[in-house]
Design a protein around this ligand. Structure first.
Ligand code: R5P
Length: 287
């Protein structure tokens, strides 16, 4: 058995390799002068089970995954497990307007071409797994995020919208505190409104938890609402920290005390590792 880590998910591949004592396949990866990617697997993986780990964001990492999958297939691997810590394009999981593609479906179909099974972490919606034509599984980083938040004396976990309510509830159970949710109205890709609501947040340390922070708009509006309600410390936590554009500045100026994300997308805020939840899923599948 071998583990292969793509550029976007090298540390997770190293974590899994160390924890399970599975060798990391040696790779050559370089760019041609025109920017196209060249990869080559140096180890003999013929007849082996191979785990490829690669987040499919931003776009160049999708191409890298396709090339890795093909190289593994061409090398004669027995079974290919693709682990995608963050599955890009998952928010376009349906046609919102006439004439649009179902982007999540396209990406899933292409990944399915050269893989036997796929695992992803906190997909934006669970039904995305049905777009794969191979067995597809997901696991959640919420327990790991909650364990991290436990050390922060959190009194309340808040979901920034109803869609994130289950995550907030699960985290609050692990932390041993209350949970609540906000009512979000999305105006467009970068603008959201949060409906005013009675929240019991006075003098409380509050953690807002979501699957994705992209522009930071959702979190910033939630922070502002919490400030109005007299919250003490405000933590924002997510599985996938995209931090697009000025997201971090937006969160800090809104009054956030700490930003926490996992390493599905590696950044300075990746304080929580996802390798434990992947490992748990891999081990449970083998029973
Ligand atoms: C939306 O349904 C997601 O769960 C996130 O709330 C959203 O993607 C966050 O986006 P942004 O940071 O741009 O507000």
């Amino acid at each position: 058995m071998y583990v292969i880590g793509g550029t976007a998910s090298k540390t997770t591949a190293e974590d899994l390799s160390k924890k399970q004592q599975i060798p990391l396949a040696r790779l050559i990866s370089k760019r041609f002068p025109d920017g196209e990617l060249y990869i080559r697997i140096l180890d003999d993986i013929s007849g082996e089970d191979v785990i490829i780990i690669q987040t499919t964001y931003p776009d160049p990492n999708i191409v890298e995954l396709f090339l890795l999958q093909d190289a593994v297939k061409e090398a004669g691997a027995k079974k290919i497990t693709v682990i995608i810590p963050y599955l890009g394009y998952s928010r376009q999981d349906k046609k919102f307007e006439k004439g649009e593609p179902i982007s999540a479906k396209v990406i899933a179909a292409l990944i399915s071409l050269n893989a036997d099974e796929v695992i992803t972490i906190d997909p934006h919606k669970e039904h995305i797994l049905d777009f794969f034509s191979i067995p597809a599984f997901s696991c959640s980083a919420v327990p790991e995020l909650a364990e991290f938040l436990k050390k922060k004396d959190v009194d309340l976990v808040l979901a920034p919208d109803k869609g994130a309510l289950d995550r907030a509830k699960q985290a609050s159970t692990i932390i041993g505190c209350d949970f609540d949710y906000m009512e979000k109205i999305r105006i467009d890709g970068t603008t959201v409104e949060i409906k005013p609501k009675n929240l019991n947040a006075q003098d409380k340390n509050v953690a807002i938890i979501d699957d994705i922070i992209s522009t930071g708009g959702t979190m910033a509006k939630s922070i502002a609402e919490l400030k109005k309600h007299g919250a003490k410390k405000i933590f924002v936590a997510c599985t996938h920290g995209l931090f697009a554009g000025g997201a971090v500045k937006k969160l800090v100026s809104a009054g956030c005390n700490e930003i926490i994300s996992t390493d599905t997308i590696v950044s300075e805020f990746s304080k929580v590792k996802i390798s434990p939840c992947i490992l748990q899923l891999l081990l449970s599948k083998r029973v």
